[in-house]
Design a protein around this ligand. Structure first.
Ligand SMILES: Nc1ncnc2c1ncn2[C@@H]1O[C@H](COP(=O)(O)OP(=O)(O)OP(=O)(O)O)[C@@H](O)[C@H]1O
Ligand SMILES: [Mg+2]
Length: 112
């Protein structure tokens, strides 16, 4: 199991969500976030070296995914989140120890 965390453009959420549903992802958690990447919150690359740092609104998508689904989930996000402009976001993959489904007591991938 892995935790897939994607920080993306808020206006891409619907198309990302749709593509993840098509991959059979069982659950996702969405949070509103603010952040900056290499351009320090500036919208254009030319401003990269200037001093101020702004935090831009982003959407954070978190998912626990079985190992055999991880590559497809990554590809689905890459395809549906990309505009080609700066600020398209990042995908982070984290190792995951286990999960518990509280209602049933199932653990591991059964809990997802
Ligand atoms: N190293 C990082 N650690 C944590 N969050 C990050 C990191 N890099 C980017 N983010 C998050 O992702 C959002 C989008 O980052 P962004 O796509 O601008 O990255 P970038 O490296 O500047 O790439 P690009 O040059 O394509 O803009 C940021 O606003 C921030 O919330
Ligand atoms: Mg950036």
């Amino acid at each position: 199991m892995k935790v897939v965390v994607a920080v993306v453009r808020p206006n891409k959420l619907d198309s990302i969500k749709k593509s993840l549903e098509e991959e059979g992802v069982r659950g996702i958690t969405i949070s509103e976030a603010r952040g900056h990447g290499r351009q320090k919150g500036q919208i254009r690359m030319a401003q990269e070296q200037e001093g101020s740092i702004d935090l831009l609104p982003k959407t954070r998508i978190g998912m626990a995914v079985p190992d055999d689904q991880v590559e497809k989930v990554i590809q689905a996000i890459l395809d549906s989140a990309r505009t080609g402009e700066v600020g398209d976001g990042k995908i982070f993959i984290l190792p995951m120890q286990t999960a518990y489904r509280i209602r049933t007591g199932e653990t591991g991938t059964d809990a997802l």
